[in-house]
Write a protein that binds this ligand. Sequence first.
Ligand code: ADE
Length: 251
Amino acid sequence: MMHFHILTLFPDMVLRGLRESIIGRAESAGHICIEALNIRDYTLDKHKKVDDYPYGGGAGMLMQAQPVYDAYLEVERRILERREKEGSADKRTPRVVYVTPQGAVFRQEMAKEFAGEEDLILLCGHYEGIDERVLETIVTDYVSIGDYVLTGGELPAMVMVDAIARMVPGVLTNQLSGETESFSDNLLEYPQYTRPENWNDRTVPAILLSGDHAKVDDWRLQMAKQRTQERRPDLYALYEKTNPVTEKKRK
Ligand code: ADE
């Protein structure tokens, strides 16, 4: 069972989004557990304030170190308490991911790697960011979900939990689909078709109806390569690097 701990000012947004569909069912089935702590609950300010002006001036407000750190300490305390109770052998200190445009761009390999953790803490910023000192104190990984700026870290955290959770064993009923789909080999997925055979005068490629599995596999690989070359030449370059043609096909 993998445990996700999300530190956020909007816990309801995160939990409502993640407790639907496949990820929601995975939690009900006990493959994963998702908790969200409201950083505002940990502020010592009597008006529940969690932000302030940046030193040196500039636009916007920053989240203060104190409430973020105290929320983190509470998560850490809960993790250690649970591991103790379960007699967990995991002695690793949990990784703390800060979702930020200033991080490494999230990729499928990272999702697979994070899925091997027993606990993962995700820190969501808001306003113009978070006081650097608390980041230096607790963050182990800086991750961006892409080169664009969002208003907060909640959507990126939800994206990451979804991508990581589906790599946790048992979450996908058809575990093969987690391995054979887009990106597993730096290739996009091949096109797929379902009934009816003829829709709006458009027919399914005949080879898929042939029953010849070797031919179907070969066709799918060719389509995946063609699609990747057209739509994601950057990925196709990676595919070619990891799959060098070492031998010409024999006739
Ligand atoms: N916060 C704001 N924009 C973001 C992005 N692109 N990735 C991760 N966190 C963010």
